[in-house]
Design a protein around this ligand. Sequence first.
Ligand code: NAP
Length: 320
Amino acid sequence: MEELYDVIILGGGPAGLSAGLYAGRSRMKTLLIEKGASGGQIALSADVENYPGQMLDGETGVTLSARMAEQCQNFGVERAADTIRAVQLTGEVKRLTGGKGEYRARTVIIASGASPRPIGCENEKEFTGRGISYCATCDGAFFRGLDVYVAGGGDSAVEEAIFLTRFARRVAVIHRRDALRAAKSIQERAFANPKIRFLWDSVVVRADGNDVLNALTVKNVKTGELTEIRASQEDGMLGLFGFVGYLPNTGLFQDQLPLESGYIRTDEDMRTAIPGVFAAGDVRVKSLRQVVTAAADGAIAAVQAERYLAERQSLSEQRL
Ligand code: NAP
């Protein structure tokens, strides 16, 4: 029979790692399941400048999340590298089934986060990894000296456009409106960067190339005009980075939990509609999705999971 954990945390981003830290410190038997490396979305981020106290030179999303993971481990949190394919969340014992087996726990904290939303252009899948990317930190260096295009106008798009200027000859931000959504301080840095220009009121409708991406068709949403952008013969390719928001990783929970626009609804103590099941971080309905709010959610969820277990324990003692 598989181990019975006090809490299983699904996801190893800042919400899951913070939940792990608090669960481990309170000596709950804790398993954190993550299919890939730690960090979630911040592992895709070159710079995390707005996490309180984060002023270390050279700190990246990867190094910050690696320290968070180590901190969890120091408090005895176990880890499983697995992809969960089915969950059964009702009842006293919750079951999560992954490629490598079944996991059981009395409580579950869902911290499965969100994934990049596709840009929505023709041939996007074909050129993903061959010129189209969703991670500047991972792939920016492949575009050294080339022209790079960034789709989106939020914090991610503008911050990553700035980051990409380290490698690219120049970077064009393609945004569907004529005003950015990104924070003003980020906008100011982008507007002051001579390597960055903006294609306003525009969306990418098509990607083309041979082995690699070498042309984009951009549509002006106001005039309907289509413009083809081609890499020069000498360059042979160009880059397109998509930062048009995120989609919550909630497919597993669709039939089990109430969702709002795909996100899990919780109360302010991270409780979902199912007793013993909590959700933390970007996966839940909330107004601000940041590392600091994900970490706070994780801490609250772990403390509430502990309280839930303590209440169950005292109820069963009263019954004796
Ligand atoms: P976001 O804030 O949701 O912005 C998405 C951008 O993509 C928007 O500009 C949006 O345009 C555009 N967009 C959406 N769908 C599109 C489509 N189908 N085609 C073309 N454009 C489309 O996403 P984000 O920038 O990834 O940020 C996600 C969250 O993380 C936010 O809460 C953000 O503040 C946070 N974040 C914070 C930081 C930081 O503080 N340093 C860094 C990264 C992310 P419209 O503006 O027209 O809607």
